[in-house]
Design a protein around this ligand. Structure first.
Ligand code: GLN
Length: 245
């Protein structure tokens, strides 16, 4: 078994130690004897949709998003669309999540998005949405909690047919109004949760590792359980922080 990860624009899109997500994937694979390969891609480079099974796009400030948005649409959009349609995992966090939709509108400026999901992000009047957050996610018929930290000025609105990743239990989520958080389409996930997200939510990391391996091998692997006492403590602490306001 092998997990083949491609990090998109890691030099620009890596706010709040989102690199920790990649490191966490690497460790969980290595601890189980699963091979891990990690490549990166930046401005001007094209992407081979068949060469990676897990695509990762981290968060970024408006200026970082400005630096990558048009380039990503021009050089990577069609490869990412075909990888996602073919069952690859795409995980995008915060600024990366915003760029999965049609656009990110900042006053008169409109940053183009990949258009992989029907959603829009708008920088509106009002303060940034900042704080600890917990959401309820239903996956494989089971309800699970994701806990993390959010900090965004943009508000995201899902189109009618789009499916949120989860329901906000505590915090702001997509826009602070409709109680929804993130987006999901097949194995594509967009979310505002930093933390980094995966070390605080090991169950999601394992789920995504398994789905990415399934895309490569055609069968969903059963991952060996690990000693997750530290990961469980990190999850509990993020969850407590979210519920204590
Ligand atoms: N620049 C975006 C915003 O403020 C995303 C920020 C982030 O990735 N934390 O809305």
């Amino acid at each position: 078994m092998e997990l083949r990860v491609l990090a998109l624009y890691p030099d620009q899109m890596n706010i709040y130690a989102d690199r920790g997500n990649i490191l966490f994937l690497q460790r969980r694979c290595e601890w189980r004897g699963i091979r891990f390969s990690h490549a990166t891609t930046g401005p001007g480079e094209s992407v081979d949709p068949g060469a990676h099974d897990f695509f990762y796009l981290g968060g970024g400030q408006d200026r970082d998003q400005r630096a990558v948005a048009a380039d990503m649409v021009a050089t990577k959009r069609s490869a990412l669309a075909s990888a996602v349609d073919d069952g690859a995992v795409l995980l995008a966090v915060c600024g990366g999540y915003q760029l999965l939709g049609h656009s990110y509108q900042l006053d008169a400026e409109r940053l183009p998005g990949l258009g992989l999901v029907d959603l829009e992000t708008v920088r509106e009047e009002g303060s940034r949405l900042i704080g600890n957050v917990a959401i309820e996610v239903e996956m494989d018929g089971e309800k699970q909690v994701l806990a993390g930290f959010e900090n965004h000025g943009g508000r995201t609105y899902l189109g009618d047919g789009s499916i949120p990743l989860g329901r906000v239990l505590s915090g702001f989520g997509n826009n602070g109004q409709d109680g929804l958080e993130g987006v999901r389409r097949g194995n594509l996930i967009g979310t505002y949760l930093h933390g980094p997200l995966l070390p605080k939510n090991a169950w999601l990391a394992d789920r995504l590792i398994a789905l990415a391996i399934e895309r490569r091998t055609g069968s969903l692997p059963r991952l060996e359980p690990l000693d997750d006492r530290l990961e469980e403590a990190a999850h509990e602490s993020a969850r407590r922080a979210a519920f204590s306001g």
